[in-house]
Design a protein around this ligand. Structure first.
Ligand SMILES: C[S@@+](CC[C@H](N)C(=O)[O-])C[C@H]1O[C@@H](n2cnc3c(N)ncnc32)[C@H](O)[C@@H]1O
Length: 257
């Protein structure tokens, strides 16, 4: 069963991590965040909302359709001036027209059946000349083989049925470009990003992290017995000692309103 974003039990799933410096460098190469108004759509617990502020954005408004996520984001961002959160759908954010210079959507669009309403709303919210940044994993990104750095590849090698779920929901470059074009965006570009998700002190730390299923929504589709099997399966593949640097490959689309 897929993760329920509205359940309070999952509210901290996308809340407590910090964005990696490599991600920040990549965003700076795509768009200058200094003094910009950023809208982070599908913000979850606000990890990247806070990161945009750290990048120099003037204000960041996170929007998520889950009340539980918005509450977690507010808790995690307490005391941070100029980072605020509100409940709203990606297709109807409630944000004023032309109120953002950058609209950011990370790990959002693979949850949507139709990108059109979401990109149309992003274009409405962006000031003319503003930039939409969409970060998600295509099926090609997901299908990369497992390795010490690309742990997620093992998920599919050990449990091929998880790949069937991904096949049904992951965006293709062509579909995203077509939807951006239809929404009236111009200057569409893509970048490949290897983002460090977490550095685990060693296999045991990683094992504990996996057992809690933190932040890996696809693992919500495994029951406890299968999760133990997955951990045993990865255990066979990884070097016994040393830190494990967990990375994911992402595709980042940028487009101008
Ligand atoms: C995988 S999480 C990513 C959270 C955050 N962007 C990050 O990268 O850490 C996807 C988020 O999108 C939100 N979401 C899914 N569909 C949405 C929709 N139609 N409108 C607004 N938010 C949505 C979920 O509640 C969840 O918080």
């Amino acid at each position: 069963m897929a993760i329920d974003f509205h359940s309070r039990a999952n509210r901290n799933t996308y809340a407590s991590r910090r964005a990696d410096t490599g991600w920040k460098d990549a965003m700076r190469r795509i768009v200058d965040p200094s003094d910009k108004r950023v809208a982070d759509i599908g913000c979850g617990g606000g990890i990247y909302s806070r990161a945009w502020r750290e990048l120099g954005a003037r204000t960041v408004t996170g929007v998520d359709f889950s009340r539980a996520m918005v509450d977690a984001a507010r808790e995690q961002s307490a005391g941070r001036a100029d980072v605020s959160f509100q409940q709203g759908d990606a297709a109807a954010t409630g944000l004023p027209a032309a109120s953002a210079d950058i609209v950011f959507q990370r790990a959002l669009i693979h949850h949507l059946r139709d990108y059109g309403p979401c990109f149309g709303e992003a274009r409405r919210v962006l000031a003319p000349g503003g930039t939409l940044v969409v970060q998600d994993r295509t099926l090609d990104d997901v299908r990369l083989p497992g390795s010490a750095e690309h742990l997620r590849g093992y998920f599919f090698e050990c449990f091929p049925r998880l790949l069937a779920i991904e096949t049904g929901r992951r965006p293709t470059d062509a579909a995203v470009r077509a939807a951006l074009d239809a929404a009236g965006f111009v200057k569409v570009g893509t970048t490949v990003l290897w983002e460090v998700r977490k550095v685990h002190g060693g296999w045991q730390k990683l094992e504990q992290d996996l057992a809690k299923r933190t932040g890996r929504s696809i693992l919500h589709d495994l029951d406890d017995k299968e999760l133990a099997e997955l951990i045993a399966c990865i255990d066979k593949q990884l070097p016994a000692a040393g830190p494990v640097v967990e990375k994911d490959r992402w595709t980042v689309w940028s487009a101008v309103a």
